[in-house]
Design a protein around this ligand. Sequence first.
Ligand code: HEC
Ligand code: HEC
Length: 195
Amino acid sequence: MPFLIVLTLIATAASIVEAAAQSVHSSRPQQLEICLTCHGEDGNSRTPMIPSIAGQPQFFITNQLIYMREGVRPTPSMTPFVEQLKDSEIEELGRAISALEPASSEELPDLSLVARGQVLAEQMRCASCHLPSFHGQEQMPRLSGQRIDYMVQAMRAYRDSQRPGADPMMSNVVVGLSDAEIEALAHYAASKKPN
Ligand code: HEC
Ligand code: HEC
């Protein structure tokens, strides 16, 4: 993500932290508003390289937030927002975020890449973990509705051992894939219906 966008998002999020500190009642966890300044107002991101979080399995979200808080998955742009979270707040955030309605991003999947990705996904049995709908389950994230640019970046990071704290279940899958194959898989995953 370009550095300036990150700075602007952090500044916006910081001003919301102050506002949230003053607000008394809210049906959603207070911190969620801060999170949604980056992850999209409904949890579906419109910013390149920032993942959508709406409708992710609750277990996946709580796991990742704990990894981020403990520095197992260091995510510099998110550190200020997760380092102080209590376990109970992480639980609440996981519940609220998994209940948000997932939607596809504005990126249009390329149909020839989708076709190539489908063949690969069947050979590689992505559905055995991420479910045939790609809606995810347990610690395995939803891929349908996820941003293409983010999924490409994530799979390259697993392949190149650049995602600290990565689950080997996933890193083992992408060993030896080319950039073109990763691109095709991301387009296929994004072509699946989020609902
Ligand atoms: C300043 C922008 C920003 C803010 C604020 C922010 N995030 Fe993030 N978040 C990111 C970025 C960027 C990533 C992707 C990190 C990576 O993969 O390197 C991410 C990743 C995540 C992930 C992992 C998603 C996945 O598919 O792997 C979860 C869950 C998450 N954020 C939840 C939250 C929650 C909950 C909050 C509020 C407490 C929050 N974020 C606040 C930018 C932000
Ligand atoms: C053996 C189970 C398994 C298989 C098979 C599998 N995955 Fe995964 N995948 C996971 C797990 C677990 C994670 C979360 C990893 C973590 O915590 O770092 C994950 C994460 C991902 C992510 C990161 C998403 C995010 O939001 O951060 C992408 C993209 C992904 N998988 C795509 C695929 C594709 C495409 C295939 C098939 C080529 C596939 N996976 C096959 C288990 C699997």
